[in-house]
Write a protein that binds this ligand. Sequence first.
Ligand SMILES: Nc1ncnc2c1ncn2[C@@H]1O[C@H](CCC(=O)c2cccc(C(=O)O)c2)[C@@H](O)[C@H]1O
Ligand SMILES: [Zn+2]
Length: 356
Amino acid sequence: MSDRSSVPAVGTSDRDLHAFIAGLPKAELHVHHVGSASPRIVSELAARHPDSKVPTDPEALADYFTFTDFAHFIDVYLSVVDLIRTPEDVRLLTFEVARDLARQQVRYAELTITPFSSTRRGIDELGFMAAIEDARKAAEAEFGTVLRWCFDIPGEAGLESAEETARLATDDRIRPEGLVSFGLGGPEIGVPRPQFKPYFDRAIAAGLHSVPHAGETTGPQTVWDALTELRAERIGHGTSSAQDPALLAHLAEHRIPLEVCPTSNIATRAVRTLDEHPIGEFVRAGVLVTINSDDPPMFGTDLNNEYAVAARLLDLDERGLADLAKNAVRASFLDAPGKSRIEAEIDTYTAAWLAP
Ligand SMILES: Nc1ncnc2c1ncn2[C@@H]1O[C@H](CCC(=O)c2cccc(C(=O)O)c2)[C@@H](O)[C@H]1O
Ligand SMILES: [Zn+2]
């Protein structure tokens, strides 16, 4: 544990809370595969494919990852998608993302992957699936971090992308063993959720959980649509739910967790400032909140920093942070023994930290 001898005995300094967070065992439920490519991974991929417009120098990359709005973010995101061209690129990305998660004491992560974006760029579908599975098994063996997949439809790419994603997620000859859920991402404006109902129905019938993004860049009706049409079990972001008290009450009553990604919402300009973030309203309404990082290097954050942001916005101490970490474990699609194991680890870690 860290050196805590120089901090006051009463209360907790920010430095102490950061150290607590850094060692806290965590689950990450909302993080995108390509959006997790660190500057180191981006540089390595860009060096493999020097014709790309993505800068390799970390300082230039920080500038490149400054977004004017959500549409600009998606443009930049797709330029990084363009760097992933072979199954070996996919394997490298996946394994290195797991390494970055493990360093933050993430024990379990559901990684959102958009296979359509890779197969339409010419990567062989079976090669793609073999690459993520190979990385998943190697990462679990080397780091002890368990990875699971959410395949998401990039909604703006149209129903063709929905059909392709549903096919890849439900065909027993193709779907990877680590797949647990089915999602929907990308811009929401002009991409109504109900049109994706048949694809979610197929995925749910194949045993997958429904976890669409909704209410990130449009109003609460999108969240209602995700619940009623797509049978969402968790909501990606759900930020605009705060505008609808009946929706908040519904989320609380039905124990539908929100995957909150505070820094992402500022970086994409979905929310103006952190102080205006509705996370406090969610908690006060009794909604189960989980803390996530979305596209951490692109937003200049990581999961530990998101917990620190949450601690500030919700005025949490160590016990409050441990409860948040347990929320994510409970809201995950990990099996019951796996959940109990991580929850026990969180309790043991917190008790040892707080012991006099
Ligand atoms: N905060 C976020 N909120 C929402 N989504 C986010 C977020 N972060 C990352 N994503 C990812 O962005 C993808 C978008 C990809 C997309 O729209 C698109 C459109 C047209 C063509 C193609 C193509 O591949 O040719 C792709 C989503 O599928 C999702 O996985
Ligand atoms: Zn997302």
